[in-house]
Design a binder for this molecule. Sequence first.
Ligand code: ATP
Ligand code: MG
Length: 432
Amino acid sequence: MLKKRVKGCFDIYPNAKEQWQDPKIWEFIETTLKKIVDLYGFSKVTTPVFEYTEIFTRSSGEESDIVNKEMYTFLDKKNRSLTLRPELTAPVIRAYIENGGASKPLSKLYYTGPCFRYDRPQKGRYRQFHQFGIEVIGKKDPIIDVEVISMLLHLFELLGLTKTTLLINSLGSIESRSLYTKELMKYYLEFEKKLSEDSKRRLQSNPLRILDSKDKGDIEINKNAPSIINYLDEESKEHFERVKKGLDAVGISYKIDSKLVRGLDYYNDTVFELVRADDLSAQNTLAAGGVYSGLISLLGGKDTPGIGFALGIERIIQYLLEEKISIKEKPTCTCYLIGMNKACKEKLLPVLQQLRKQEISSELFEGTSIKTGLKNASEKGAKYAIILGEEELQKGVCKIKNLEAREEKEIPLDSSAETIKELTAIPRETIC
Ligand code: ATP
Ligand code: MG
C-alpha cells in the first residue's frame, strides 16, 4: 500500500496525533542537547546513514543482537554489502580515523541522527529511531569517565527528568574479562539445557552476551552468575574505584550492577546505563555508554582509548510526556497581518516582506474575516496584528493592535513595519 509508512517508522509532523511525534517537542530536545554540548565543549560530527557492513560487524561483535538480528543490510549495484547504521559510535570512530584522528590531545565529538534496527516495533522501540551521543577520544582516565557521566546527568536535569537511576559496572581489561568469561562459561554449562536457543549458541561464541539476554529464563539463570567485579585486575579495580570516588565527589549517586555488560562487544572498564527509576520494562534504558579501549584499533586506527554514551530521543520524549513536564512553546509568529479584502491583502504584501527582512516573524492571514484572523493570531502567539480594511486603505493608514494589552491605534501604512520594529525592540512589559 503506497499510503502507508514502513512498519516501525513514524513521521514527525505538526500537531501529530501522537503527541511525541509533534515537532515542537523535538525542537525542545534539540535545543537542550545543543545547550549541553556547548557547555561541555563538544563539536558536531555528521556521518552518512549507511556504512560498509564490516564497520558494524567488526565493532559490535557477531554475537550482539544488533549484528545478529537487527541490521538493515543490503547489496548495492556493485554487490558491496552496506548497512543502515544501527548506532553511531562505530561510524563516528570510522570518521575520526579517516579524518586523521586527533588534532588535540582529546577529541570531543557529538552526533545526532536517525538509526535503523530491525527491532520488534512497540512503544520505545522503532525501526527508525534517533540517537544523540558523545564520544571523548584520546585518553583513558577515570576523571574523563566522571565528566562524561556528569554531563549525561546534567542533560537529564536540564530536561527536567530526575527520577532516574544510574547503573555502573566495570568490564575490566581484555585479559581479566577473558578470565571471567571462562568462569561464566563453567557456570552456564550447568544450565545449558535451560538456556534460550540464542544463549545456547552464545555459550560457545560469547558467553558474556548471555548476561545481556532479554529472555525471561535466561534472566533467572543470570541472577546467580559469577560477578565480573571479582575478576578485575589491579589496574581496572583502581580505575573503577577512582570513578566511584569521582562520582561521590560531584554528588552523583549510582548503583553498581555487576550484570551490566552492554549489548556491544567493544566496551571495557567503566560501563553505565541511565534507567527510569519507576519503570522496570525492557524499554526503560534511557541512555547507555562506556569506555572502549580497543575499538579504534579494531577499526584500523592507531590504538587510542575512548568513552561515550548514546541515548534514544524517542524514549526521552515519551518519558517527558508521561512526566507531564511542561515545555515552553516558542511563538511561531510575532506579527499577524489581516487584510479585509483582496486589495488590502495586496497592499499588505510589501509590509510583510519588510517585516521579515527586519527579522520579525510575520504571516499574512489567508482569509478576510477579522474575527477568524485575530483568533489565528492569538493561537500563533503573535504579539501584534496589523489590520487593513477598505476605509483605512483609502486613508493610507492601518490599525495596529497590541494583542496582549488589547489596545489598538491607527498609524500610516507605509511606516507600519518600522513601527512594529520599534515596538518589538522594547521589552514587552514596558509596552502600553
Ligand atoms: P535495548 O536494551 O533497549 O534494546 P540497546 O542496548 O539495544 O537497548 P543501545 O544500543 O545501547 O541500546 O542504544 C542506546 C539507546 O538507544 C537505548 O538506550 C535506547 O534509548 C535507544 N534505542 C535502542 N534501540 C532502539 C529502538 N529500536 N527504538 C528506539 N530507541 C532505541
Ligand atoms: Mg536493543
